[in-house]
Design a protein around this ligand. Structure first.
Ligand SMILES: [Zn+2]
Length: 323
């Protein structure tokens, strides 16, 4: 049971279209959560939304305990040298220092920012599948594909904080152009929007899928969740699309396992709601590609915290930084 002396933390993760917020205790247990549409087309809107969310959750905190700090995950690269968030889609480069000052002034609560994949890795490492492990890679598959890397019991951030961009590994030199400007990145075939693109192409060739009657007339835009649900309901074409997606992910993972020799790789993010339908083909392809001893000593698993790895990681990172 929580008491009013318990320390509490807010975890916030900005995704492509949604922002997830949770009130979390020191053990990583979620006490209250909500999901809203993201309003981050402009810097001022993003700042205002973050402030409003923190104020809302700050008002809820006293019934559970004492609010200490906030962790925020952003789907972009945070330059550790300049504190600027770079390469954030639909948003000009903004400074986490400015955001910190604005939020601190409006709410009086301390805040830490990190890349969303790093926070997913941190959540699974501290409270989920990777507890007690030292060498772990967490891969998140959603609107984009990112990863968080833990080596020798520490987050590996790279020289400027940009480490872990697994989604921009080239896997097809003759592929299509990626949003990053490169050709044939993993993201161009295995991210949520690109799973939709590949499914739509197949629907026109094979009309047996349960999705045909909804999306050939184009009553509405197909979402990755539609394909996840179809695959879980036994739709063979949707399952084939995920099998192929697993093949692409396994190609990238085989190289990554050979490079870093981790003891565990965890797959999370919204697409992994499809679970073993995608995880099993990833494992099969990785086994084909990686050195035997590297593959045999690496567990490849679904995220234990499911879609909450990021918000729990954000809150727990705030716990470890602000105590
Ligand atoms: Zn790319």
């Amino acid at each position: 049971m929580s008491s009013r002396d318990d320390k509490l933390y807010i975890g916030i993760v900005l995704e492509g279209a949604k922002v997830k917020t949770a009130l979390v205790d020191t053990q990583g247990k979620i006490l209250f959560e909500q999901t809203d549409p993201t309003a981050h087309r402009k810097t001022e809107e993003l700042t205002r939304q973050l402030i409003e969310l923190i104020q809302t959750f700050k008002q809820k905190a006293p019934q559970y305990g004492h609010l200490i700090a906030v962790g925020v995950g952003v789907p972009g690269l945070i330059n550790l040298k300049t504190n600027k968030i770079e390469v954030l889609p639909n948003l000009p480069q903004i400074s986490t220092t400015t955001l910190y000052d604005d939020i601190m002034q409006a709410t009086g609560v301390q805040v830490i920012f990190d890349n969303d994949a790093n926070l997913g890795a941190y959540g699974e490492w501290q409270c989920g599948a990777a507890q007690g492990h030292q060498n772990v890679i967490y891969v998140t598959i959603g609107t984009g594909i990112g990863s968080g890397i833990i080596l020798n019991g520490r987050m590996w951030r790279g020289t400027t904080g940009f480490a872990g961009e697994l989604g921009h590994t080239t896997i097809n030199i003759d592929g299509i152009e990626c949003a990053c400007g490169n050709i044939g990145c993993l993201e161009t075939v295995a991210s949520g929007p690109n799973i939709v693109r590949r499914m739509q192409q197949r629907l026109y060739r094979d009309r047996t899928s349960s999705l045909t009657r909804f999306f050939i007339p184009r009553d509405r835009e197909m979402t990755p969740e539609d394909i996840v649900q179809a695959a879980l309901s036994g739709d063979e074409l949707a399952q084939v699309v995920f099998e192929r997606t697993g093949h692409y992910l396994g190609i990238a993972l085989g190289g990554l396992i050979n490079l870093l020799n981790p003891e565990m790789v965890i797959f999370g993010g919204s697409i992994m709601a499809v679970g073993n339908i995608l995880l099993n083909p990833i494992i099969a392809e990785t086994k084909q590609r990686a050195f035997g001893p590297c593959f045999d000593n690496c567990k490849i698993v679904n995220a234990q915290l499911g879609p909450l790895s990021g918000v729990i990681g954000a809150a727990i990172l705030a716990r470890d930084i602000f105590k």
